[in-house]
Design a protein around this ligand. Structure first.
Ligand SMILES: C[S@@+](CC[C@H](N)C(=O)[O-])C[C@H]1O[C@@H](n2cnc3c(N)ncnc32)[C@H](O)[C@@H]1O
Length: 389
């Protein structure tokens, strides 16, 4: 275990050695696996004199700071992010045995089945995810359930409190502490669907793509839910056309828009859809079933990039890379994706990337692959192709 004190979270529940996943690049090594919002939450929760036997759900823990610290059991911890869950799992494994039952990690489509007494929420970046989660929480709450949320003031969504009040009940926010804030909510849940019932989650929602004709559904945490983002729209006009039987990977597939468009043009491809978001892969799977029901042998991977793919196993990777992990903006995930693609492609196999022109990804691909061609470009985006030697 690395005993570097920078990685030691000290809270009233004790000290926890916590690491992010992926580990930050050298330039970002000051990034810790928790922030002041986690510390504020833990301080407040400690003051509540919680009983050990308090059925508790943690939502959207970033790297496990809350899940690793709270002593309440049973403890469920739900996240849409494979990266966040993996960090949490690894941090839990480093804890000395405290005799407590292990927390149960749930993905964003799984919910506890028994009532909760405490719900601890890190406000997510996507407000739609919060909205969906609040609707799904309702049936699990009683009037006595404590619901507390936290976030950093600079990332605090303007309408978060309104959503809590509309869906769960009266809410108020705390004073800021170290630029973090808490929100306390008193659920008003009658349990019946009569007067005052706020309705159902509106997610997944849908949009219709005119060309290629695809009806695309998006679970709540999806990137660009109201229509394709401008990068993907541009990519759709220039997608590669591999031969039937080719092993193709839609890396960071989101709702599957790129892979589905390629399958629509050629249903004989062996298409792999990969994303670290559980909701993304679930959306892509639903979208394939709805739009191309005859294609039954697509492959689904919730994972960090191409970790689980063998070397030299694919003919083509298409990629519209992410530009942030949670609140941290940067190209570290994109760079890892390019390295993964280079490893996984067969000699002669190609990586096609759509990216903002100013990011300079052609230089990176040129260094990694020894070649890089611009397939198309406009004032904002470029589509780059690099072939493995
Ligand atoms: C810019 S979006 C592109 C989505 C879709 N391909 C499109 O063109 O609309 C990037 C996607 O990468 C996913 N992603 C981020 N980090 C990832 C990782 N480490 N491994 C796999 N997917 C990741 C995000 O969840 C997101 O869906």
């Amino acid at each position: 275990m690395n005993s570097n004190d920078d990685n030691l979270l000290q809270s009233p529940f004790g000290s926890r050695h916590l690491l992010r996943y992926p580990l930050p690049a050298r330039a970002q090594q000051s990034l810790r696996a928790w922030d002041a919002a986690d510390e504020y939450l833990l301080r407040w929760l400690h003051e509540q004199d919680l009983q050990a036997c308090t059925p508790t759900l943690v939502l959207n823990d970033q790297f496990g700071a809350l899940t690793c610290s709270l002593p309440c059991r049973p403890l469920w911890s739900q996240s849409d992010s494979w990266l966040a869950q993996h960090a949490c799992q690894r941090n839990l494994q480093q804890l000395p045995d405290n005799g407590l039952e292990q927390p149960q990690l749930l993905d964003s489509l799984q919910w506890p089945t028994s009532p909760l007494q405490l719900v601890v929420i890190r406000l997510p970046k996507q407000l739609a995810l919060l909205e969906h989660q609040l609707y799904c929480l309702r049936p699990l709450l009683a009037a006595t359930t404590r619901v507390v949320a936290a976030g950093m003031v600079k990332h605090w969504p303007a309408s978060a409190q309104q959503l809590f009040e509309q869906i769960l009940g009266p809410s108020h926010t705390s004073l800021a502490w170290k630029k973090a804030r808490l929100l306390h909510c008193t659920p008003q849940v009658s349990g019946s669907q009569g007067q005052g019932w706020p309705g159902q989650s509106p997610y997944p929602d849908h949009y219709q793509l005119p060309q290629p004709p695809l009806r695309l559904g998006n679970h709540a945490n999806l990137f660009s839910r109201s229509g394709p983002d401008i990068g993907s729209r541009f990519f759709l006009q220039h997608l590669p056309r591999p031969d039937a039987g080719a092993e193709v990977i839609d890396l960071g597939c989101g709702n599957g828009i790129l892979g589905l468009a390629m399958l629509q043009a050629n249903p004989q491809l062996h298409m792999h859809f990969v994303d670290e978001s559980h909701m993304a892969v679930a959306s892509a799977r639903d979208n394939l079933a709805h739009n191309l029901p005859a294609v039954t042998d697509a492959h689904w991977h919730v994972d960090d990039g191409l970790r689980s793919f063998a070397d030299n196993s694919a003919d083509l990777v298409v990629n519209n890379p992410p530009f942030h992990q949670q609140a941290v903006v940067g190209d570290h995930l994109a760079r890892q994706m390019f390295r993964d693609a280079h490893r996984v492609l067969r000699p002669g196999g190609e990586l096609w990337v759509v990216a903002n022109r100013h990011l300079g990804y052609h230089l990176r691909l040129q260094t990694l692959f020894g070649n890089c061609t611009t397939v198309a470009g406009n004032s904002k985006f470029v589509i780059l192709r690099a072939a493995k030697a």
